[in-house]
Design a binder for this molecule. Structure first.
Ligand SMILES: Nc1ncnc2c1ncn2[C@@H]1O[C@H](COP(=O)(O)OP(=O)(O)OP(=O)(O)O)[C@@H](O)[C@H]1O
Length: 297
């Protein structure tokens, strides 16, 4: 993985519960058939194993096509950024990975999407179990109206998962860089935290069930610069353990924190997917260069 000064150096919403936000809900019969490293579906030079592979994904909302023939492979333990102008299908693609588009009546997905070699659109895949393996964090922090502790353990309880909950709470909050700030108030409401803390609580909730992939849909866009910076640092740390896929409108953010960047453009087309440094310094496509340099979008 190549790096430079502009790229990474080291390597929505319930007051009522949103089922789709439940990262833990149940039984997915997926084999861990690791499918090999990234190929020509990207221009990237990375060699880590592929976790998510999309093949010829098309998505329609009724008769309107939102994504067109998306093929790409996302490598493990890294940050993959999805950038592009509003309405180009970034969030739609993210929702293909954990089948949240299933929850939208008008949405129709065609093509194949593999999680470690298993097509998540196969009939025998339980989408709820899939979402336990593919956690999600939304644009607006959405803690449940429960204690900090119960927010973190929520998914574990739903699954009737045994374990040392106190240890999991501590570990998840530490991984979400929130433990030191909340360790003395675990039984207070998650809604009493600041916006940035709430988002880190949502991240702790998402990682408590130990997912393989963490999807983040503009996770810092509702936060102030300090909280944004904390979330960015956290994302980089999380990528040491998880495969992170983040949608962002903030090009600087993509350049700072991601290892690879996928550029979607109007029409739901994936125009270029490559190492972040390459995308920002020397993209293959003129359209990508124009977008990156702010000529349109
Ligand atoms: N629930 C939905 N019902 C109908 N059309 C939708 C729905 N969600 C998205 N779309 C349409 O699909 C296209 C892609 O939307 P999507 O939200 O995936 O793009 P995006 O790149 O994430 O946009 P943004 O950056 O503004 O969040 C847009 O034309 C949008 O209007």
């Amino acid at each position: 993985m190549s790096q430079n000064s502009t790229s990474k150096q080291n390597r929505n919403e319930p007051a009522e519960r949103d089922e789709s936000a439940d990262p833990t809900a149940d039984g997915m019969n997926i084999q861990t058939d690791v499918s090999g490293s990234v190929d020509a579906s990207s221009g990237g030079s990375w060699t880590r194993d592929t976790v998510v592979r999309a093949e010829h994904i098309d998505v329609w909302y009724d008769d309107d096509q939102a994504l067109s023939d998306i093929t790409m492979e996302i490598p493990e333990q890294s940050v993959t950024a999805m950038v592009g102008p509003s309405g180009c299908g970034k969030s739609t693609f993210l929702r293909c990975i954990n089948r949240m588009n299933d929850l939208i009546d008008s949405a129709r997905v065609e093509g194949d999407l593999y999680l470690r070699g298993k097509n998540v659109y196969d009939d025998d895949v339980d989408p709820v179990a899939l979402r336990r393996r593919v956690g999600m964090v939304f644009q607006k922090p959405n803690p449940f109206p429960k204690s900090i502790r119960d927010n973190v353990t929520y998914g574990l309880k739903i699954q009737d998962k045994e374990g040392d909950y106190d240890a999991i709470v501590e570990e998840s909050l530490k991984r979400a860089a929130l433990w030191d700030e909340v360790k003395d108030q675990l039984d207070e409401s998650g809604l009493e935290l600041s916006g940035g803390q709430q988002q880190r609580l949502c991240i702790a909730r998402a990682i408590a069930p130990d997912p393989e992939v963490l999807l983040m849909d503009e996770p810092a866009s509702a936060l102030d610069p300090v909280a944004t910076s904390q979330i960015e640092d956290l994302i980089e740390e999380l990528a040491e353990d998880y495969t992170v896929v983040i949608v962002t409108h903030n090009m600087q953010q993509a350049a700072r924190i991601s290892d690879q960047t996928a550029v979607f453009l109007t029409g739901g087309e994936l125009v270029e997917f490559d190492d972040t440094q390459k995308i920002f310094e020397n993209p293959e496509s003129q359209r990508v260069e124009d977008y990156i340099t702010g000529k349109f979008g």
